[in-house]
Design a binder for this molecule. Structure first.
Ligand code: SAH
Length: 375
């Protein structure tokens, strides 16, 4: 006799939940009840889903079905309010997910930082919050300035594990999705476009079942060109950010080896072909590395590269880390770079680091257990 195969409800869409109900001789509306219980009410355990008949709950459990919630293993709290969560999965693997009350500044200039009517009546001291989500355990892309690269890639996350990070944090923070403004950025550990199908399935569940609008989501890619082309065709999709990080091929190859596979011509070509919605801009992220890619000439090259792209640029002064062979440029240099872009008509913003003291900032997610103040 073999044990029943384990099935997690988390990660199943409404159609799949409905199929599961019907396979168990239940009416189709039980699918909707399952979706409500998992994605809206975030009920901790199957046996607590009181909208379902007792025998159906029992039968599901008997046949190896569970909700499959990830577990919050640790919380590291920054003095700026950012929380780095260590989140564990059934097989013992874990990732980090970051909660940023008041956002990460990355939304600046896209209109989402303006409060809408009625939003003053929030339930918490924060007006809005951003969750930074991981898509893989580790990362295979090997960007030379990023700590996650040091882990290599262990495995892809499932759709349930991607959406589950959001849900356990919403529950931990007591968030009412209908009343409070939540932004999602797929910018944590891993390269979302190397786990494309699971990432997109999680997005659709977060939009359709959890109720977070796609307009409040942004995915960042290191530049997997064929997947940018696929993403362009999606009917439900977050906004797109591209990690540019260098102003010419030679430089980009040295800091992001994947540029050998998809060079700037291919990348900018895909960006130009990307269909933007009303008032939407493509975001280009640019990590400034002192003396490497932060010269005035680099800024001028970026202006030329982005000519003809409806773009905005987010500048990030390097967040340092052990074994990262670069240093952070001083503030004046960052401003000079920004001004060259702005003078050329490109909206450019400086992203303030969040949670730097707890290793929660961009490029610092490495499941670091010790707390070291870096600056
Ligand atoms: N793999 C995706 C998403 C994760 S990285 C991508 O590459 O876009 C998210 C952002 O953090 C990227 O724009 C990346 O360039 C930036 N980043 C990585 N390491 C950093 C560091 N040490 N300091 C500042 N930003 C960093």
């Amino acid at each position: 006799m073999s044990l029943p195969a384990k099935v997690d409800l988390l990660g199943l869409n409404l159609q799949e939940l409905t199929n599961l109900a019907v396979e168990n001789q239940q009416p189709t509306f039980r699918g909707k009840q399952l979706a409500e219980a998992v994605y809206r009410q975030r009920i901790p355990a199957l046996e607590q889903i009181s909208t379902l008949p007792q025998n159906f709950r029992f039968h599901l459990a008997e046949s190896g079905v569970d909700i499959g919630w990830p577990e919050i293993l640790k919380r590291f709290v920054s003095h700026d309010g950012t929380i780095r969560y260590l989140i564990g999965f059934g097989d013992g693997e874990s990732v980090e997910t970051v909660w940023m009350p008041e956002g990460d500044g990355g939304e600046a200039g896209d209109g989402s930082d303006a409060y809408e009517d009625g939003e003053q009546q929030h339930l918490h001291e924060w007006h809005r919050a951003t969750i930074c989500i991981s898509s893989q355990v580790g990362c295979a892309v090997n960007c030379q300035f990023c700590l996650t690269a040091k882990l290599g890639v262990k495995r892809n996350l499932t759709a349930g594990e991607i959406a589950g990070q959001v849900l356990v944090i919403l529950r931990d923070q007591g968030v009412d999705v209908g009343k409070e403004r939540i932004n999602l950025v797929f910018m944590g550990m891993g390269e979302p476009f190397l786990n494309y199908d699971n990432f997109m399935k999680a997005v659709r569940i977060l939009v359709e079942e959890v109720g977070i609008p796609e307009s409040r989501m942004t995915v960042s890619t290191a530049g997997i060109v064929p997947r940018i082309e696929d993403f362009a065709k999606e009917s439900i999709r977050p906004k797109l950010a591209i990690s540019l990080n260098a102003s010419n091929d030679e430089l980009r190859e040295s800091v992001m080896p994947l540029n050998r596979k998809w060079d700037l011509e291919a990348l900018i070509g895909a960006a130009k072909a990307f269909p933007l919605r009303n008032r939407e801009r493509l975001t280009f992220e640019y990590v400034l590395l002192s003396g490497v890619n932060d010269k005035k000439e680099n800024a001028r090259e970026v202006v030329r590269l982005l000519n003809g792209v409806r773009a905005k640029v987010n500048l990030i002064a390097l967040n340092p880390g052990p074994e990262i062979p670069y240093s952070t440029p001083d503030e004046q240099r960052v401003h000079e770079f920004q001004n060259i872009l702005i003078d050329a008509g490109i909206p450019a913003f400086i992203r303030r680091p969040r949670g730097l003291d707890i290793y929660a900032a961009c490029g610092q997610l490495k499941r670091t257990e010790e707390l070291v103040a870096l600056r």
